[in-house]
Design a protein around this ligand. Sequence first.
Ligand code: ADP
Length: 342
Amino acid sequence: MTRVQMIGVGKRYPGRGKGSAPIVAVDDVSIDVASGEIHAVIGYSGAGKSTLLRLVNGLEPATSGRILVGDDEVTGLSERGLRAIRGRIGMIFQQFNLFHSKTVSKNVEYPLLVAGMPAEERRRRVAELLDFVGLGDRASAYTDQLSGGQKQRVGIARALATNPGVLLADEATSALDPETSQEVLALLKRINSEFGITIILITHEMDVVREIAQRVTVMDGGRAVEQGDVFDVFSDPRTETTRRFVSTALPTEPETGHLEELRRRHRGKLVTMTFRDGDVDQPVVFRALAERGVGVSIVHGGITDVGGRSFGKLTLELIGDDARIDDAIVALAKETELEVLA
Ligand code: ADP
């Protein structure tokens, strides 16, 4: 069981030209990842996500702050100390980073060789890992003969070889088609629940976060601009960056152009209601409308799952007598976050 603490971590690169300002890739980022947690780091390209991961496994030194993996401080370790700690941090990549000239089993065996494990033990461990990722029958295939999903499973088996307490995943499903992504995500979930491995994954795909992460950090311009429980952050985003991400994965209000289109087709009053798991009693909402003789059509939106809880926005057309509709709106506003679309 391994906790990962990043405390005020920064990384500066020298500026490109003579006299140019340094590039601040990571700026004073603090993330406390609990043991056994799946923590997602999201952000647009250039936000500093990959740099942050490279700092965690000591591939590059941080220029400020501290990083602890379990009880060990990564920042300030010698190359020898880093080699020892890297055995306890597995990593998987978007482009898999496999050896093309080696077979599947040789790829998985590699970190065990580096760690000096005896041959017989290596053979057993490789077989066990390949069985776990469902590639027991492809041990002697070359990686070029595998599909993307199979390659990532080899990457995962290799990352798990030395029994790490932490797995770092750098856009691990971004190069895969949706169905294969789902398989890989399911495998990551199993790794987390069966072995208690802490997972830090960076991604620009909101669906990945929604499906497997418990907590999330949103990065922008090297900084952590928002952080918390996935449901809390997604259902009530505080920054524009988060809002833009959330709108790609969750039901939202109709955008301006779409709203005009909806107005042409629907003559009644349009309202958007936010349904946050536990906060809203849906039967109460719909009863309030029925009791006042207000007709309802759902014209946009939906309800979806975020971190095992439901969240959604529904845009409704309310049809009927104006006074009754206004009365219903007052009643509904007491039950849910409600916005009348002007
Ligand atoms: P992300 O993973 O979110 O796309 P990166 O961590 O790759 O972001 O990059 C963050 C910023 O740091 C970018 O502006 C990038 O150009 C810069 N950067 C990353 N690595 C280096 C490097 N080795 N030298 C100089 N600048 C770098």
